[in-house]
Design a protein around this ligand. Structure first.
Ligand code: GLU
Length: 357
């Protein structure tokens, strides 16, 4: 699942953000990216795959900066690749943002922005947000925080976002709806933001959990301010985290296994968010979308997986056979790579191999 980590303060942001992203790796993701503000300019690095790939890519490049935002993406819109990885930037590179969640009305927003001359680099729903904020800021001549607030009025969907702007080097703007976001208040006038508290707890135990439709502005001169999307100032409710990292990672449970058992309803809800809408009857899975038609026409599907995903595939096998009446085989990935499988034009795995392996 996607993750967010951001920092602003006296320290170097890069190691804090990278370490935080690694703490969130357990959630699973397909690509990672980071943006750092150094000397009034944003430098941005994005890579498909693990955070380690991102680190390798950033090696030797300018990773300085006292403000930084980092993201691990789990694609809903657009393939998992370098371009679609977050952050996403305004055309002039002045504003950049990371986003967890899904913008349901991205299509109409995108068309409107294209008609106003905006060019899109990625296939993501997220990119509409940054152009929208940029557009509002330019036209309304408002602050970045106000532009974020106004932009969110046009957005239908789920989001946790953090915005970094060259015009406000001392500030990060964050907001959330249906996707968690925590603000950590550092001991040195600095601030941490993350999608859960695990990347924050080693630096501070003073945290504020943002509520739905709240916007947080962390400013090195003015501190933390929170507004509702309706522009009411909200007094931050600062909580003291009593748990140490290990306990926090275990979510207060005695063992990881217990945590995982009790977390199942939430994990399933989180997985479905923005990807499945039972009321409207649609499913949107980023990594699978491009192969949708081929899957519909397939006569045989081979699911290749390991460990937990192998067990999930066994469930999938039952469901596919029962609902779609398509032959399904589930194979161990570790064994499959040494085989010479018989795959023909009508098998779905063929396409996955060609495009993705
Ligand atoms: N919907 C966004 C995308 O596909 C964000 C996905 C995520 O939450 O990582 O890029």
């Amino acid at each position: 699942m996607c993750g967010i980590v951001a920092y602003i303060g006296e320290k170097e942001a890069y190691p804090i953000v990278i370490k935080g992203l690694k703490r969130l790796e357990y959630r699973g993701y397909d690509s990672a990216g980071i943006a750092l503000l150094d000397n009034g300019k944003i430098n941005q690095y994005k890579r498909q795959g693990k955070v380690a790939n991102l680190e390798e890519f950033a090696l030797g490049k300018n990773c300085k900066g006292h403000a930084g935002i980092g993201h691990t993406r789990w694609a809903t819109h657009g393939a998992p690749n370098d371009v679609n990885a977050h952050p996403h930037s305004s055309t002039d590179g002045r504003i950049t943002l990371i986003h967890n969640g899904i913008i349901e009305n991205y299509d109409s927003l995108r068309e409107e922005l294209i008609s106003r001359g905006y060019k899109f680099q990625s296939e993501t729903d997220t990119e509409v947000l940054v152009h929208l904020i940029d557009d509002i800021q330019k036209n309304e001549k408002v602050s970045i925080a106000e532009a974020v607030r106004l932009a969110l009025h046009s957005v239908v969907g789920a989001y946790a976002i953090v915005v970094l702007s060259e015009d406000n080097p001392n500030q990060l703007v964050a907001a959330r709806k249906s996707s968690p976001l925590v603000v950590g208040i550092g001991n040195e006038g600095d601030f941490y933001l993350a999608s859960d508290a695990t990347p924050i707890v080693e630096y501070t135990n003073q945290v504020v959990y943002l509520e739905d439709e709240e916007i947080a502005v962390v400013d090195l001169n003015e501190g933390l301010k929170i507004f509702s999307i309706g522009n009411q100032e909200v007094t931050p409710y600062i909580q003291e985290l009593e748990m140490q990292l290990e306990a926090l990672e275990k979510g207060g449970y005695e063992h990881f296994m217990l945590k995982e058992i009790y977390e199942q309803p939430r994990s399933i809800t989180d997985c479905f968010r923005g990807r499945l809408n039972a009321t409207e009857g649609w499913v949107s899975l980023g990594g699978v979308k491009d192969y949708e038609q081929k899957m519909v026409n397939a006569q045989r599907i081979i699911m290749v997986a390991c460990g937990t995903s192998w067990h999930a595939c066994l469930v999938g096998e039952y469901l596919f056979e029962d609902l779609a009446r398509i032959n399904v085989e589930v194979e161990y990935a570790s064994e499959f790579r040494y085989r010479n499988p018989i795959i023909n034009e009508n098998g779905v795995l063929k396409y996955l191999i060609e495009k993705r392996v």
